[in-house]
Design a protein around this ligand. Structure first.
Ligand code: G3P
Ligand code: MG
Length: 502
């Protein structure tokens, strides 16, 4: 069952009655039929067949599909404010598909804390502490209900880590939310990052190590995670960005059938990128060259940061101006018939181990938009996933609901959701537009005063993630809520009375 209905998304209201002649993105957003070509449909913004259980759902874009190059070219630090974004919502009717169903099978959801599956038909084997905490929770029912009715969505870079370096308060926060609290309860939380570049499982394993707490793929969304839905629409895709060939692996896991990466093209046609300096033997050996004059690329997916701007921009420009996505051709009217291009996120800057935030995927996109405008004379039309895009938050609801089922066996969305982020232009704009409580922390991109002037955090600005979480938990569960579990709170031995716990 989908966690939300089409009508809730307002998708119906956005559907054009006839195929758009001015919107190449909408024209291209048609499901792949068996022969691999986009299916011809009268309604270009179709929502997948309701009978289908595991389909994609198309969420109207909340950001204009037209490039922002002109507005941003001279001042990359000034991004559109929340107010500007509202004005530009969905102006071209573009929609962003996200997976409709839960990503994980119920089998993995039934696994215990230690990853072992529970015994079918038999009571779960619970360690003593779990038994004690469930007794404490039974006796503190009001607080327990409140703890299950709040949830956190954590930005990662600049909130919990800087690149591979832990932000110490992040570790403590996860201990508290994973049960080191007076109820011994798991307070629901998911990770919602614009990060990208490797398969979900690998990234979660890496984060678990850095944060010293388990991070499950079931509670994790990176910028390209919802783009798995696009596998139903495009059979052959150019996947751009990331280290080595990891994004090819990501695309494979998402179900894309034919995946091309820029190195495959360079290996087949070395002259395509005259500015490329290095293409070593190993890169050549691991690429998949072929005769690209016979390959029709249906869409371009920028999954992660480009490691070679010159080559990637050149190949993308070639494809955008080609006849039907065939390299080496030039379309009669390249601005009308171009193939669609998707970016996994739009952040301009990213906090890293370096003291000053570094350029992120947004700067690559702005470069492309500027080049495209300069070469063709028209603005590039594109789709950008990731925070603050509505589709990403809709998908976060889906994941949060499913995660509640996993940890509390209650598949529902908690009422009070707190987004904790460091970037006003993505985390805070998106959370505010989506009606979440928003907390801005000072450990990342935001380096301003009392609050961000254009995109103020609704719940406030905090020194770090621990301060934000403690303040939110106290608001929901009481000022006296204790941020540690003690076996002395043993209702069986009577060490603490119920009233003392409440
Ligand atoms: O901007 C790039 C990305 O690394 C940001 O990640 O976790 O701050 O959304 P995050
Ligand atoms: Mg961040």
């Amino acid at each position: 069952m989908p966690a939300f209905e089409d009508t809730e998304l307002g998708v119906e209201a956005q559907r054009p009655q006839t195929p758009s002649t001015t919107n190449p993105m909408a024209q291209h957003l048609q499901k792949v039929v068996s022969n691999g070509s986009p299916a011809k449909q009268n309604n270009t913004l179709s929502v997948p067949n309701g009978e289908k259980q595991f389909g994609a759902i198309e969420v109207p874009a909340s950001r204009s599909s037209i490039a922002e190059a002109e507005a941003l070219m001279h001042s990359l630090s000034i991004s559109p404010s929340q107010v500007d974004r509202r004005g530009s919502r969905n102006s071209f009717g573009t929609s962003l598909p996200i997976p409709r169903s839960k990503r994980q099978s119920r089998v993995s959801a039934l696994a215990g804390d230690d990853g072992r599956p529970t015994r079918p038909g038999m009571p779960a084997i619970q360690p003593t502490r779990d038994i004690l905490s469930s007794q404490v929770q039974d006796m503190s029912s009001v607080k327990t209900a409140a703890a299950k009715d709040m949830a956190f969505a954590f930005d990662i870079d600049g909130v919990l880590v800087h690149g591979d370096r832990l932000i110490p308060e992040g570790k403590r926060v996860l201990e508290i939310l994973n049960g080191d609290n007076e109820l011994g309860i798991k307070i629901p939380h998911i990770f919602l990052t614009n990060g990208s570049g490797k398969p979900e499982e690998a990234r979660c394993a890496q984060l678990s190590k850095i944060l010293h707490s388990p991070v499950s793929t079931e509670q994790f969304i990176q910028s390209h995670t919802p783009m798995s839905a696009l596998a139903e629409y495009y059979e052959t895709v150019l996947v751009v960005g990331g280290e080595n060939y990891q994004c090819r692996e990501v695309a494979k896991e998402y179900g894309f059938k034919n995946i091309v990466v820029p190195n495959d093209i360079v290996a087949a046609q070395p002259t395509i990128s005259p500015l490329k300096e290095f293409f070593n033997a190993e890169q050549r050996a691991t690429s998949t060259p072929k005769d690209f004059s016979k390959v029709k690329i249906n869409a371009i997916l920028v999954f992660s940061d480009s490691r070679d701007y010159a080559t990637d921009l050149q190949i993308i420009m070639d494809l955008l101006q080609s006849e039907d996505g065939v390299l080496g051709t030039v379309a009669k009217d390249p601005t009308k018939d171009r193939i669609p291009i998707y970016f996994s996120q739009g952040d301009l800057l990213c906090p890293t181990e370096h003291p000053i935030p570094r350029m992120s995927q947004g700067t690559f996109r702005i470069s492309l938009e500027a080049i495209y405008k300069a070469v063709t004379g028209v603005e590039l039309e594109r789709v950008v996933y990731g925070k603050p895009e509505l589709a990403t938050y809709k998908y976060a609801d889906e994941v949060m609901t499913s995660w509640m089922g996993t940890i509390h066996n209650e598949e529902r969305l908690p009422k009070n959701i707190y987004m904790i982020g460091d970037n006003p232009q993505s985390d805070i704009v998106g959370g505010n537009m989506y009606g979440w409580n928003t907390c801005l922390v000072r450990t990342g991109v935001f380096q301003g005063g009392e609050n961000d002037e254009k995109n103020p955090a609704s719940f406030g600005v905090f020194t770090n993630v621990l301060e934000a979480v403690k303040t939110a938990v106290k608001k929901e569960l009481g000022e006296d809520f204790k941020f540690n579990w003690s076996d002395a709170m043993n209702p069986v031995t009577g060490a603490h009375s119920v009233s003392a716990i409440e």
